[in-house]
Design a binder for this molecule. Structure first.
Ligand SMILES: *[C@@H]1O[C@H](CO)[C@@H](O)[C@H](O)[C@H]1NC(C)=O
Ligand SMILES: *[C@@H]1O[C@H](CO)[C@@H](O)[C@H](O)[C@H]1NC(C)=O
Ligand SMILES: *[C@@H]1O[C@H](CO)[C@@H](O)[C@H](O)[C@H]1NC(C)=O
Length: 176
């Protein structure tokens, strides 16, 4: 919320020396950042005209709201994950905590920017909390490609770590 407000202020050319009350006025209740209205954070170039013409797309754009919703719906459709929607969930359910862009692998990115490589696929990383088990744990899962289709897959994230499966025991299930 804060960072988007600051970005908006920057876009409006308002200096950071603005008095507090004006900032709170901008952050009135019910105000929501709508990411895709920000010209530099758009992954959907079909419906809006880009303000800057770059020879290649920005492949590090964070997930749009639609992409995040797509990933969340996809994971919820997978019975083996036994996910409970965040708003209905208690401490002893499986839930999605965070969904984020999984940055493209370096070789794919370099092939795209320096060579004739295809634009890398969009993939997400989702932090899941498995609370519906004797020994609750958090684990990151890879999901993609996005938009999800019948061919999209999901599997525990391991290639950034040396662990066989990167599970983190959660010892404080009642404390959050
Ligand atoms: C699925 O989660 C619920 C709690 O949300 C739990 O009661 C149930 O045992 C879980 N089922 C499996 C197969 O893990
Ligand atoms: C990135 O590289 C890792 C390790 O080589 C591979 O397992 C993974 O599938 C790649 N990710 C994507 C999105 O291609
Ligand atoms: C899924 O993969 C199959 C086999 O490669 C392909 O024929 C099909 O078109 C793919 N479906 C989608 C929605 O991409």
């Amino acid at each position: 919320m804060w960072s988007y407000s600051l970005i908006l202020l920057a876009l409006l050319g308002v200096s950071s020396a603005i008095p507090q009350p004006k900032i709170s006025a901008l952050r009135r209740p019910g105000w929501r950042p709508h990411r895709r209205q920000l010209p530099f954070d758009s992954t959907d170039t079909s419906s809006s005209s880009p303000t800057v013409l770059a020879p290649k797309d920005n492949i590090w754009n964070s997930l749009s709201n639609d992409e995040a919703a797509d990933v969340i719906a996809f994971l919820h459709s997978k019975n083996d994950l036994n996910l409970t929607a965040q708003e209905d969930a208690g401490s002893w359910d499986n839930t999605i905590m965070v969904v984020d862009l999984l940055p493209p692998n370096k070789t794919d990115a370099l092939n795209y920017f320096d060579g004739d490589g295809d634009k890398p696929e969009r993939w997400a990383i989702a932090s899941l909390l498995f609370g519906a088990t004797e020994e609750p744990y958090a684990q990151d899962w890879v999901v993609g490609p996005i938009p999800t289709t019948e061919n999209s897959t999901y599997y525990p994230y391991t290639f950034g770590t040396h662990a066989h499966e990167a599970k983190i025991r959660s010892y404080d299930m009642d404390g959050h």
